[in-house]
Design a protein around this ligand. Structure first.
Ligand code: PLP
Length: 366
């Protein structure tokens, strides 16, 4: 996170403008910077309070029929599914690719032959970007809208020929941290504008619209990004490129060190044709079986290294979701849920800390 001194110029600008929320100058500056980065007009970008609400509002803005079925991967963070449920829709839980750990257009194609869905919400698993062009092709072939939950993929997930719909998280754990925050980028005409309106209670602010300004166009919510959060995001953006390179170098060093130390017994997530590993925010590996993962967890715990079973249990196995989701067969995700483990990964990780982690992997897996 940017230190207080880096925030101060932005906080000072905010305070001088006496504008603390409600689409103030800092939010507009951030949105303009994002529009430029994605090569899309300002109407294609909307900031929100977090990615979970961004996902819900994008789904609402697609105006699917109530209860419509949305295909989502079962191997993802719970928020992907809770956003679907909060939007009044039904998650249909699909399998993922064994190497890429993602719901791919090929898997989605098979799923929709077995069961009807009205939209697809795929996930850039652990920030690994999707091949946007392949999903656009799926959209064209099937007529189903596709949204990419790119929560951890800022700076990696890109539009193809200016097309695509993504939701990014600006949570403190992500590569463009605002503390809490989200960003919607979409080439769908009017979608980002509708997300913005729904994030502001549904109030019409457009003097050109049929409805007078101030009238409620839809029953929305409050999911606006405040100027405080935009200040943090802008300070983070100032150092994003340098941090992205550091993240990439750290990940490469750890992967290399662990490969060498374990005799190549671990597997890493395969790229999806969406680009390289720029600005990774986590380090997850896959081991041979559940017993190997248990050994690795124990070796890390003994070395006082914290690990995480990210994206587990699968959505299939979340009791709160079971009554509201439709589960498909997910043999590959079930294997991942036995064998994937998240290791420590953070900017400023010292050489000694890296070595301690590599040694714990060697102790457990060599
Ligand atoms: C795949 C995925 N979707 C959604 C979210 C939720 O993002 P936020 O915390 O900004 O609501 C996360 C958070 O890490 C995530 O990993």
């Amino acid at each position: 996170m940017p230190p207080p001194a880096r925030l101060m110029p932005y906080l000072t600008r905010m305070h001088e403008a006496r504008h603390y929320s409600n689409f103030g100058p800092l939010v507009r500056t951030l949105e303009a910077a994002m529009a430029e980065r994605f090569g899309i007009g300002g109407e294609g970008v909307a900031t929100v309070a977090n990615a979970t609400q961004g996902l819900e509002l994008v789904l609402r803005a697609l105006r699917l029929p109530a209860g419509a079925r949305v295909l989502v991967p079962t191997f993802t963070f719970a928020a992907t599914a809770t956003a679907v449920v909060s939007a009044g829709l039904t998650p249909v839980l699909a399998d993922v690719d064994a190497a890429r750990w993602q719901l791919t257009p090929e898997i989605a194609q098979q799923a929709i032959q077995a069961t009807p869905v009205q939209a697809v919400l795929t996930v850039a698993t652990f920030g690994m970007p999707h091949d946007t062009a392949a999903w656009l092709d799926f959209e064209r072939r099937t007529g189903l809208p596709v949204v990419i939950d790119a929560a951890a993929a800022f700076g990696r997930q890109w539009l193809a020929d200016g097309q695509g719909t993504f939701v990014f998280s600006l949570h403190t754990t992500k590569s463009l941290p605002a503390g809490e925050g989200g960003l919607v980028v979409s080439s769908r005409p009017g979608l980002a504008a509708e997300v913005r309106q729904r994030s502001n209670f549904g109030i019409n602010l457009d003097p050109q619209a049929a409805l007078p300004p101030g009238a409620l166009a839809t029953a929305g919510t409050n999911a606006k990004m405040s100027e405080f959060h935009a200040a943090v995001a802008l300070a983070s953006l100032d150092v994003w490129d340098a941090h992205a390179r550091e993240r990439q170098a750290l990940q490469a060093a750890l992967m290399h060190g662990i490969d060498d130390a374990t005799g190549g017994t671990v597997a890493w997530q395969a790229a999806s044709g969406g680009g390289d590993r720029l600005a990774p925010t986590s380090l997850c590996l896959r081991v041979r079986d559940g017993a190997a993962r248990d050994r690795l967890e124990q070796a890390c715990a003994a070395a006082r290294i914290v690990t995480r079973r990210w994206y587990q249990p699968l959505l299939h196995d979340m009791p709160a979701l079971q009554p509201v989701c439709e589960p498909l067969a997910v043999p590959r995700a079930r294997e991942l849920a036995q064998t994937v483990l998240g290791l420590p990964f953070f900017l400023g990780m010292t050489a000694a800390q890296q070595q301690r982690l590599i040694q714990a992997c060697a102790d457990a897996l060599r």
